[in-house]
Design a protein around this ligand. Structure first.
Ligand code: MG
Length: 247
């Protein structure tokens, strides 16, 4: 009888303890209901532009682009693809962008010519200055911080996930613009996260400054929105399905 009483007491104590614990740990206290994220309709596949994207090139026209010197776009557009015309010069978006998510597909020439930096070289310059390298890095040795997936001469990619020349490849980029103080000094650096063909190659790296071919990169204050530039490096690199989401 005494044992039974002790057991009942023990059980009721456990029940009271459990209830008090539940009250202290009210799950509603940590629920956040506002703001409600905006609804964005995704593309049919993750390569297709979602509903809130600005389409920069869908295949039929290159109206969102111009030559970097301000003249009309002068690369080749055919078969839903735009291709570098060697010596035509860099091209840039008419619109400027700061923080953004950029999807872009690229292809280096199927016919392999040249080596190292001379093989399928182009580049994507966020804000016209911060270069994500485009290169045929499939069985093509060069300096690691200059191969495909590198932030040119700054950050080596985490992996070489290049497809063979002539095949389409994707970059999905998350770019954070640098911030500057009134006196033009740097408040926070630019940052880049990049997936190449779905594989992480740059993980939120902090950039050292604008792309610098010779010497040490440095920052120089610029606008909060600047064009996206595609490089003419005298190789017939092609691009397609380009869209961007301002963040
Ligand atoms: Mg380049």
């Amino acid at each position: 009888m005494k044992k039974k009483l002790i057991l009942i007491n023990l059980l009721s104590m456990i029940t009271v303890f459990a209830i008090s614990q539940q009250k202290e740990g009210d799950p509603k206290l940590t629920e956040i209901w506002k703001p409600v994220p905006k609804v964005v309709a995704p593309g049919r596949t993750s390569s297709d532009a979602p509903s809130d994207a600005i389409v920069l090139f869908a295949g039929t026209n290159a109206e969102a682009w111009q030559n970097k010197d301000g003249k009309a776009f002068n690369w080749k557009v055919a078969d839903n693809i735009m291709t570098v015309v060697p010596h035509a010069g860099d091209v840039q978006t008419k619109q400027g962008f700061g923080d953004c998510q950029l999807h872009i597909e690229w292809r280096t020439p199927a016919e392999v010519a040249g080596e190292g930096q001379g093989r399928g070289n182009s580049g994507i310059f966020l804000m016209g200055r911060y270069e994500l390298q485009v290169l045929d890095s499939y069985n093509n040795s060069t300096y690691s911080n200059g191969q495909a997936g590198s932030v040119y001469k700054q950050h080596i990619p985490l992996a070489n996930v290049c497809r063979p020349p002539g095949q389409w490849q994707t970059y999905d980029i998350v770019f954070t613009a640098p911030q500057f103080y009134e006196d033009s000094s740097l408040k926070s650096p630019a940052r880049m996260t990049v997936f190449q063909n779905g594989v992480l190659v740059q993980n939120n790296v902090a950039l050292w400054g604008a792309m610098q071919f010779i010497g040490v990169p440095k920052y120089q204050k610029h606008g909060s929105k600047e064009p996206i530039v595609l490089q003419d490096h005298n190789n017939a690199v092609s691009y397609r399905n380009i869209w961007v989401r301002a963040l």
